[in-house]
Unconditional design. Structure first.
Length: 183
């Protein structure tokens, strides 16, 4: 089962939000923004709290989104997962047996076709599709890619969560605090 059945994965934009999530019932969380020097301590804190933490590598201040940066995260920081728009980061995470999530932005049909080529090359464990409120496109991505999909971006209500899940996503990512404890 994906993310131990957790349907909403909270995404912390600040260290304060992250610390708040350490006391929450959700077992998996995402850290979006942090300084490179903070990351090892924050991941350790999450693991001490029995939480799985996914880092968005593209938003780690002071980290380059290349193979060396991804190796540092995998070997030194040791998060449970890495999210990135960069396929080389996703490939490196997979090599190190860290759950890899390829984030794709769907702007138009051209970006969708480009995303399929990226997914073919990176072979991630999951896809994160943004924006998430495109149910017909989500259905197509789920069917065509065959890769478990999560969705995020502009998801602001319980109805939005239900729409995304009904379109084939295994989970939703959101920084909207009112949705973090969605059942």
């Amino acid at each position: 089962m994906h993310f131990d059945g957790q349907k909403v994965i909270p995404a912390a934009r600040t260290v304060k939000d992250f610390e708040e999530l350490l006391a929450a019932r959700e077992q998996t969380l995402i850290l979006l923004n942090a300084h490179l020097a903070q990351i090892p301590r924050l991941v350790h804190m999450a693991h001490q709290s029995q939480k799985k933490v996914f880092l968005h590598a593209d938003f780690v201040q002071g980290l380059k989104q290349d193979e060396a940066g991804a190796q540092f995260l995998c070997q030194v920081v040791r998060p449970d997962g890495i999210i990135s728009t960069h396929s080389n980061v996703v490939v490196t995470a997979r090599k190190h047996r860290v759950t890899a999530i390829q984030r794709i932005f769907l702007l138009d049909s051209h970006s969708l076709e480009t995303s399929y080529r990226v997914l073919q090359a990176s072979q991630p464990d999951y896809i994160e599709v943004l924006p998430g409120l495109l149910p017909e496109v989500l259905r197509e991505v789920a069917k065509r890619s065959g890769i478990p999909m999560i969705a995020g971006g502009f998801i602001k209500s319980a109805e939005d969560v239900a729409t995304v899940l009904n379109a084939g996503a295994v989970a939703v990512t959101t920084s909207t605090k009112s949705l973090w404890s969605f059942a």
